[in-house]
Design a protein around this ligand. Structure first.
Ligand code: SF4
Length: 470
């Protein structure tokens, strides 16, 4: 099996060069570099917090009817993990890049630590396959729904804990002081990489200035294995600040949220990335958020169950699957039959897949009609990143709202906030499409834009139905 050198190391010097622009943000970036020990300490605090909330609630009994988030650790952990952590990490990535990965993530910290003391093997070719982010994202999303990861701490321990163990094992075997897991295998890597593209905050590299600086440096490691000097995208950058100020060419900076996507070279817009966006985030994830509240899902499942009973076929109506395969909590009166499991799979993979493929078809057709070398379908698909990001946030925040509702809080402001977010995301995606398609006014560009707007309209339609039953 082919392999590559252990860690592509970028030569960077310890002391940032004086030519770095000293804006407040750039200075903040430099401070991040100077205070790496403080960042490491913060990561260990998160590690302890993470394990406490992951392990202890799984050993606790079911909460009583009267239990509240503030007085029951199990409910508290559920709320923190799924009501706050996930939605706000997504939102944070859209606003500040992958700061979560570089500064807070316990899995990243653990895999990097393991890789410092591990075998340091070269990264094999199979591990660098660009389809892993999509496969890992879909598998985790679907499996999480089958075992009700949002509701039960045992399921959360299995999914999140399993991912953490895998991250440590990968760190122990591959790379040296790096985050091979985060770069190639983390189930959230694909989504984070997409959302970071629209972050106004990023570590900007001035390649020309870097080139002009002839002073020698010593090797410093960029944990997600980025060739910093040529870095143009915030997708893979963990925003850890370690390279801030390097050669006077790297600075934490502000940019237009549209700039990275509009400036993407069509050859650099990859099919794997586009399919993660269309099939994974827009298709599968949306279906995963909505199956449990779908009346059609219930109708279809009931019809199938009636049909099976009428034909005396009981095997699929059994509820004897173990909890780690299908939800099985008899004490909570929450048990999935094999039919439930199959219907969930069909809804998420079939329904989500159909949505994703329909959106892809519209985008592909629009790119064909445009016939513009500067706009491949993969690049045009990136215009849907704002909409996909808003969808993920809105979908995950449905859990937050559910938790807050059961606490008896007044949530009358929620519909207005949801409508605002949906409008902003739709406007942003439409703007990106407009900029990519309407390079000049012609029948062809207008037709291309119209075709591109259709899948955007479809996604909006789905969310209007999910959030407002319209
Ligand atoms: S390029 Fe690498 S070292 Fe620099 S901020 Fe991003 S992740 Fe950190």
């Amino acid at each position: 099996m082919a392999s590559m050198p252990i860690i592509p190391i970028t030569l960077i010097r310890n002391t940032p060069a004086a030519a770095t622009p000293h804006t407040l943000l750039a200075r903040w970036g430099l401070a991040m570099r100077r205070h790496q020990r403080a960042i490491a300490a913060l990561q260990w605090v998160v590690v302890v917090f993470y394990f406490s909330l992951l392990i202890y609630p799984a050993l606790m009994p079911l909460p009583t009817e009267e239990a509240r988030i503030v007085d029951n650790l199990r409910l508290f952990a559920q709320f923190v993990f799924w009501g706050i952590w996930w939605p706000f990490v997504m939102l944070g990535t859209m606003l500040m890049g992958r700061v979560w990965c570089g500064v807070f993530c316990p899995e990243g910290a653990l895999t990097e630590l393991a890789s410092r003391h591990g075998l340091g093997r070269p990264i094999p070719r199979w591990l660098r396959w660009s389809g892993w982010p999509f496969v890992a994202f879909v598998c985790t999303t679907v499996y999480g729904q089958l075992i009700s990861v949002y509701e039960y701490p045992q399921a959360a321990l299995l999914v999140l804990g399993g991912s953490t163990v895998a991250a440590v094992l990968v760190g122990l075997v591959y790379g040296r002081g790096s985050r091979v897991w985060c770069r190639y295998l983390c189930p959230a890597n694909g989504v984070f990489g997409l959302l970071a593209k629209i972050a106004p905050l990023h570590f900007k590299v001035d390649e020309a200035r870097w080139q002009q600086d002839k002073r020698h440096g010593h090797a410093v490691n960029c944990a997600p294995l980025i060739n910093i000097r040529h870095m143009k995208s915030a997708s893979a950058c963990h925003a850890c600040g370690r390279c801030s100020g390097e050669h006077g060419a790297v600075a934490l900076s502000l940019r237009s949220p549209a700039s990275e996507i509009l400036a993407t070279d069509p050859r650099e817009a990859k099919t794997g990335e586009a399919m993660t966006l269309l099939l994974g985030v827009i298709g599968i994830a949306t279906a995963a958020f909505t199956w449990s509240s779908s009346a059609r899902f219930v109708q279809g499942k009931t019809a199938l169950a009636d049909w099976l009973m009428a034909h005396d076929a009981w095997a699929l109506l059994q509820d004897n699957a173990p909890w780690w395969l299908l939800t099985h909590y008899p004490n909570a009166h929450d048990v999935f039959t094999w039919l439930d499991g199959l219907c969930i799979l069909a809804f998420i993979l079939g329904g989500g897949g159909a949505l994703g493929l329909t959106v892809w078809a519209g985008i592909w057709l629009a790119a064909r009609v445009l016939r513009d070398q500067a706009v491949s379908w993969q690049k045009l698909a990136l215009s849907l990143v704002p909409m996909a990001g808003a969808g993920v946030f809105l979908g995950l925040s449905m859990l937050t709202i559910g938790h807050l509702k059961s606490e008896g809080l007044n949530l009358s402001w929620v519909p207005a906030l949801r409508a605002t977010l949906l409008t902003l995301a739709t406007g942003f995606s439409a703007y990106l499409m407009l900029r990519m398609c309407l390079t000049r006014i012609s029948q062809r560009t207008l037709a291309g834009l119209t075709l591109a707007l259709l899948p955007l309209g479809l996604i909006v339609r789905v969310w209007l139905w999910v959030l407002f039953a319209l």
